[in-house]
Design a protein around this ligand. Structure first.
Ligand code: NAP
Length: 292
């Protein structure tokens, strides 16, 4: 099954390389030429336009930043037949309503649409260990399973279009929530000059522990958040999406609103492109200033 990957950012490039390593015939496209060139240097075939990549492939994976990027890529080529008979798989983190709207537009142009957002980052993409949460037609899901199995050990269909997107947002709300609450507890431990390893030891033995705490611990302790797999600006995007969906679903948004404020503060401090755990810097600012 010839597969196109549109969007060669952090995730798109890793997904394309994984599929190629799995023996698939992969074609890529990226809006900016630099990333296409970098992909060619890594052995991937790249096309100059999204329309060319879609036309040459049976399945097209969209690994783009947000719904705006998807609309620009799919619907602004000027070629009304570009999606006719094609299969489009949306893998980014977008709102359920956005996914349904894009699905409707794809269908109106004669294409088939499935959403398949993923939990996990670059190492998981590299090793085919992403958690894939699909939404859409069951037969189309079955048809695409061989590609999904190259990326995920247990790709699951959650339900209809929008339900996969909602599941993904539910997961990412946990990333934001766990990161914020752990950062605050660690901040208090450090302010009180308690031994961090003693705190972690007790936490690891308790029902409150989550693996992400240890995974990011070095970053909190060193205040070094570089080399982001999942940058803070994307977490902010997802927190905003969750808040919007929560509002529409009549859930209380006070907590997610507070987390959004903290993400925004961390971005204003210059951490937007760094690892999302830099949220710590907004929640636990140094009382003596950044230089101390
Ligand atoms: P990224 O590194 O920022 O890459 C974004 C991609 O979208 C780039 O290829 C970019 O092209 C393209 N793009 C942005 N605006 C565009 C537009 N208007 N038209 C066409 N292309 C556009 O993002 P990423 O980390 O790969 O994430 C991609 C999606 O997956 C996001 O929805 C993210 O939330 C989700 N996700 C990310 C991770 C992760 O760990 N990074 C994990 C799970 C899910 P240019 O190069 O031209 O800017």
């Amino acid at each position: 099954m010839k597969t196109a990957v549109l969007g060669l950012g952090l995730m798109g490039a890793e997904i394309a390389l994984r599929l190629k390593r799995q023996g698939r015939d992969v074609l890529c496209w990226n809006r900016s030429a630099e990333r296409s060139e970098a992909a060619r240097e890594r052995g991937l075939a790249a096309r100059a336009t999204a329309t060319e990549a879609i036309a040459e492939s049976e399945i097209t994976l969209l690994v783009l930043s947000d719904a705006e990027a998807i609309r620009a890529t799919l619907f602004e080529s000027g070629d009304a037949d570009a999606l006719d008979g094609r299969i489009l798989i949306q893998m980014g983190t977008i709102a359920p309503r956005e996914s349904r709207e894009i699905a409707g537009r794809v269908a109106a142009q004669g294409g088939q649409y499935l959403e398949a957002p993923v939990l996990g980052s670059l190492p998981e993409a590299r090793e085919g260990r992403l958690i894939l949460m699909a939404g859409g037609d069951p037969e189309l899901f079955e048809h695409c399973l061989p590609v999904f199995r190259d990326l995920s050990r247990d790709p699951q269909r959650i339900g209809e279009i929008g339900q996969g997107a909602a599941m993904k947002l539910a997961m990412n709300q946990l990333i934001a929530g766990l990161t914020s609450t752990f950062a605050l507890s660690l901040g208090l431990v450090r302010r009180e000059e308690i031994d961090v390893e003693q705190f972690m030891g007790l936490l690891r033995d308790s029902a409150l522990y989550a693996k992400t705490f240890d995974k990011k611990l070095d970053k909190y302790l060193s205040h070094e958040y570089g080399a982001a797999n999942f940058p803070l600006k994307h977490l902010l995007k997802d927190v905003r999406l969750f808040k919007q969906v929560a509002e529409e679903s009549f859930l209380d948004t006070a907590l997610i609103g507070a987390i959004e404020d903290s993400c925004r503060q961390a971005e204003a401090l210059g951490f937007g492109d760094q690892d999302y755990s830099a949220l710590y810097e907004a929640l636990c600012p140094d009382p003596y200033g950044p230089s101390s």
